[in-house]
Design a protein around this ligand. Sequence first.
Ligand code: NAD
Length: 396
Amino acid sequence: MIIQPKTRGFICTTAHPAGCAKQVESQIEYVKAQKKIDGPANVLVIGASTGYGLASRITAAFGAGANTIGVFFDKAAEGQRTASAGWYNSAALEQKAAETGLKSHSIVGDAFSDAIKEKTIELIKAEYGTIDLVVYSVASPRRTHPVTGETFSSVIKPVETAYSNKTLNFHTGEVSLTTIEPATEEEVRQTIAVMGGEDWRMWMDQLLEAGVLADGATTVAYSYIGPEITHPIYREGTIGKAKNDLEQTANKLNDLLASKNGRAFVSVNKALVTQSSSAIPVVPLYISALYKVMKEKGLHENCIQQMYRLFSEHLYGNNPATAESSSLIRVDDWEMREDVQTEVMKRWDELQSDNVLDLADLEGYRQDFFQLFGFHTDGVDFDANIDPSVDIPNLV
Ligand code: NAD
């Protein structure tokens, strides 16, 4: 079939297998062109198929030569329905890992469940022995608790007071004012249950108990802070409460891993277009302005550049800021640079529908959005008839 993008708001319901493969290949090429990382041998990435998790897995495998297990929640193609982008990305990654002689397995299913944790542990025991690095990069709208069976939904809302600011419809370029009513206490509780640290902690408890963590094992999860204008909807909102919980979990995991000489970190990453961030009000306009300013200053990075920097400079480098007591790593340092933020804020005040193409990188935002699903990718014939059904090699 000929596969075209079909969008509904910030969702694209189709994905292109050849385009996704090309996107993965270009991330692999990027890390292969950098200095090799003297890093981990066996890596588990939970939430490994798109965004920061995919870039982490690529950096581990092709930047450090690690064997990798990827856990993710994606759908295979069915009839005329394409697979999800993460499925195609993982198929391409497995293919390349096999060609390179790297051991690699993929597990598709709900990372929040005990069944998937047990399946992963069995795989580690059978094929890997122990794991040196656990990356936790799950972003999900829902979670069913493995013990109580309660299903929680996360919301992205301010807390206590309503929040109004500019937002962007990136399809039309319309900049408008949006007001978001505050979350209830119950919504805050549920968002923390989905996006906080409990599941990360459960993974680490179970991996430790099963004896599959190597001595000196490291674990890292991802967070975001961002500028003051987005604080009410992000850092001080429901999702920020969950991120506080995640960051506190890192401290608890540091204690838990002490017996193994292990370390736990939260890396604060840059704002980037991913399937998760495009769902947040206000943030896409901020990201568009940020892209423009960072590109002008030669500082722009995508997920793969961020993750290469995280691995090479922080997790497996000599950055003194992260080597000892602090469990917080900042790879959002270039985004948060004073000159970058001053320029973004100056533009923010002026931004409206008729100048968004000049003041912000709307085209770059759109391109990145479509590329998440394999579209708008150079070197791919989008008019070609293509089979949407693709197998993931080494799917367990
Ligand atoms: P993403 O949507 O691209 O990736 C989410 C991953 O989680 C996918 O691989 C998906 O398959 C997986 N997943 C979702 N539900 C799952 C489940 N139940 N079981 C197994 N896997 C599941 O998101 P992202 O933007 O890369 O976010 C990853 C992390 O990075 C999040 O913690 C996010 O808050 C953080 N972060 C994102 C940004 C940003 O701007 N995008 C910035 C800083 C930090």
